[in-house]
Each structure stands twice: as C-alpha cells, then as structure tokens.
Write a protein that binds this ligand. Structure first.
Ligand code: CA
Length: 223
C-alpha cells in the first residue's frame, strides 16, 4: 500500500516514514502542499495541516475534490480544529500530535478497511507485514524473511488474527471466538497446541509472546 506523507517537519516525517516502511507500506514524503497536490495518487494520505506554503485545509479540500483516496489529517493541538470541520473538508479521520505509532497504524487500518470494497479484489491491504512475517489474507500465504511457510487453515487464521494488530495482546477468549467459533466451549488446550505449532513453523518462538494469564501477542519488533 502506498502512503503519501505530507509533513514539513523532518523530525516527524523521517521516523514516521521509516516506521511505516517497516510495516510494509511504500512511503512517499513531501514537505509542501504544492508537492502533495502534484504527487501521484497514493492509496492513503497522511496530511499535516500546518504546511509552509498552502493551508492544509485547502490542500485537503482540493485532494478530495479529485479523488476518493483516504485522507488522515494530522493536527497539532494548537490548530483548534474540530472533527466536524475536518470531515466537511473531506478527511476520513484525524490524529492529534503527538501521537503513538501504534495509534496511527490502527487508524490507517480502520480507514483503509472502510475505503476498500469488501469484494476481496486483491487489494494490497490484504497483506499484513509484522517484523519478518508477512501474511497475505487473500492468497492465504505466509512468508518469514521471504521464505514461504506452510500452515494449516487454523494456524493461518490464528496468525492472521494476531497480525491484524501487532503488539496488541489478544485474550484467549478473543482468539478462540475469532479463530474457532463464536460459541467455542471446547478445551482451550487447542489454542496452546496451535500456538506451539505456529511458533515452530515460524522458526522464532519469540515472535508470539505469551502474556501469562491473559493471552498472546504477535511481537512487532522482535529482539
Ligand atoms: Ca507542520
């Protein structure tokens, strides 16, 4: 998925760009409103409102006039702009500086889920990348460091579920409901067996961390 980052502050744009690239996004960074309007159309735009040349609100409106690309506006608290105004301008969501990277990627996923048709038409967003692991939900293929790994259907579903929100803890109940059945009453040992098998196949047991007494999480930055 191609993300256009419109941000004049390099101390924000650089870590943002490298962070997004680590998550598998292809990032183009521009520092002015004019460059944003001249850039090739991406799959998502992160738009800082405080730009040196054009008013970010104007940029947002012009981008929206010609395209349905999802736009997440990045505002400073001092911008004092409300959600209604932003939505009027055509933004899909907004995030206030300073923001956590995890919050941002969660919003990106939420916005692109809304934007992409539910037809499974091969949208690049079906590929989740977490550290060395990529999970392609459309083709149901998994690679680790570029090498394909063969998983059973449940192992795949389990990994894909954890990969939807890297770093977040999923409780045992959440996992069982999402991966097995909404009315799962069987032995929770099944989950442990699948996690053990998945760890072995992924080749790095540390990728899936046990959170004792709670559940599991997929580690987004393995040590
Ligand atoms: Ca700025």
């Amino acid at each position: 998925m191609r993300v256009l980052v419109v941000e004049d502050d390099a101390s924000i744009a650089e870590p943002l760009t490298s962070g997004l690239e680590r998550q598998g996004y292809v990032v183009q960074w521009v520092a002015t409103g004019a460059d944003a309007l001249n850039a090739p159309e991406p799959d998502l735009i992160l738009l800082d409102l405080g730009l040196p040349d054009l008013d970010g609100q104007v940029v947002c409106r012009r981008l929206r006039e010609r395209s349905n690309v999802p736009i997440i506006v990045v505002t400073a608290r001092s911008d004092e702009i409300d959600r209604v105004t932003l939505l009027d301008l055509g933004a899909d969501d907004y995030i206030v500086k300073p923001f956590g990277f995890r919050e941002l990627t969660a919003r990106i996923r939420a916005v692109t889920r809304r934007a992409s048709p539910a037809t499974g038409s091969g949208e690049p967003t079906s590929v989740l990348a977490v550290g060395p692991v990529t999970v392609d939900r459309r083709t149901r293929r998994v690679t680790v460091d570029g090498t394909e790994v063969t998983l059973t259907p449940k192992e795949f579903d389990l990994l894909a579920y954890l990969a939807e929100d890297p770093g977040a803890v999923r409780t045992r109940d959440q996992i069982l409901r999402a991966v097995w059945d909404t009315n799962w009453w069987g032995s929770t040992k099944t989950l442990d067996v699948h996690v053990a098998s998945l760890r072995k196949k992924l080749g790095d047991p540390d990728l899936i961390e046990t959170v004792r007494g709670v559940g599991y999480r997929l580690v987004d930055e393995p040590r």
